[in-house]
Design a binder for this molecule. Structure first.
Ligand code: NDP
Length: 303
């Protein structure tokens, strides 16, 4: 049955958010502590505005405090850094997320580096990266952490599994590799210069695709029985859906994996949309809860 193979990210995330919300409730009643997440949005990028609105809604639904800072597109780097410094000092803010991309006049690396690593719920600060790779208590980048939870849910113990991650970005590929290594997988990190990529993929019990190229990973690159996690989000033309009012062809989202063929070989696979995506915000809230506990000397729940 192919439906058993589909990892339903929406249902998984809803369940996980329920667990996070329960833990938030417990923290409030036991320690009178309400986790707070501050999100900074600079400019008018429509996609970023939607992400920020969703994050705010989910944060409040989980029983946490949401602080939203919307700044005009011409805000100076200095003003963003001043805001970050203020949020670092604010004891009611336990997590800080600066929505990327930032306008061109602002150095993203400088802003990310200014966030107190203990409040770095995105897990992008160099200190967080160092903690992750050295096995310390880290706030882990949200998308890879969501992938790990889904993998463990399907496979249980990951120890000894062969994993390939296609993509080596700082936000997905590399932290995914660190997490799977920490689970004692044998990890291959592939990228645009990797030779014999189809063969390398066929060796893997776990295949994580984080490339950003529509259906690049062919179905017959999947080892029979492998678990496939498709992080990619690509908008492509979908002539089968007809045309829009303006006469252009309608579009749809697809992943990095040739889903229709891959599902025949995989034991489990995430669809796009509705796979990895919904877990990203859920893991952001998990990180905010963990950060709130850590900043107040409370043992965080294991989530
Ligand atoms: P990047 O563009 O930063 O990285 C892409 C990686 O893919 C690079 O390491 C690149 O290699 C590699 N790559 C490109 N072409 C090939 C190729 N032909 N063969 C093998 N490897 C290749 O992307 P991100 O990591 O930021 O994102 C990847 C995808 O995941 C995107 O579609 C993005 O939208 C999606 N995404 C989804 C999220 C979610 O919540 N679901 C969150 C974050 C991202 P090289 O380093 O050699 O250039």
């Amino acid at each position: 049955m192919t439906t058993d193979k589909i990892i339903d990210g929406k249902a998984f995330a809803a369940n996980f958010l329920g667990i996070v919300s329960k833990e938030v409730k417990r923290l409030k009643s036991s320690h009178e502590l309400e986790p707070g997440l501050a999100v900074v949005l600079v400019g008018n990028d429509p996609a970023s505005a939607v992400y920020v609105r969703n994050k705010g809604e989910r944060t409040r639904e989980a029983g946490m405090h949401s602080f939203e800072h919307r700044l005009p597109a011409d805000t100076s780097e200095e003003d963003v850094l001043t805001l970050v410094a203020h949020l670092n000092e604010d004891a009611t803010v336990h997590g800080i997320l600066v929505q990327l991309p930032l306008p061109h006049q602002i150095d993203e690396q400088k802003v990310l580096a200014a966030i107190n690593p203990d409040k770095d719920v995105d897990g992008f600060h160099v200190t967080s990266v160092g903690r992750l790779w050295t096995g310390g208590d880290a706030l882990v980048p949200c998308t890879p952490y969501g992938c790990l939870l889904m993998l463990k849910d399907r496979l249980g113990d990951l120890s000894g599994k062969r994993a390939i991650i296609v993509g080596r970005s700082n936000i997905v590929g590399k932290p995914m590799a660190a997490l799977l290594l920490a689970e004692s997988c044998t990890v291959t990190i592939a990228h645009s210069r990797t030779q014999d990529l189809p063969e390398r993929c066929r060796e893997a019990d776990i295949l994580v695709a984080a490339v950003g190229r529509a259906e690049m990973i062919m179905g017959d690159w999947v080892k029979p029985g492998a678990v496939v996690i498709d992080v990619g989000i690509n908008r492509v033309e979908a002539p089968e859906r007809g045309v829009k009012e303006d006469g252009t062809v309608k579009t749809k989202l697809v992943g990095d994996v040739e889903y229709a063929e891959a599902i025949k070989r995989a034991s489990a696979i995430t669809p796009v949309p509705g796979g990895v995506g919904p877990m990203t915000i859920a893991c952001l809230l998990r990180n905010t809860l963990v950060a709130a506990c850590q900043q107040n000397g409370i043992e965080p729940p294991v989530l």
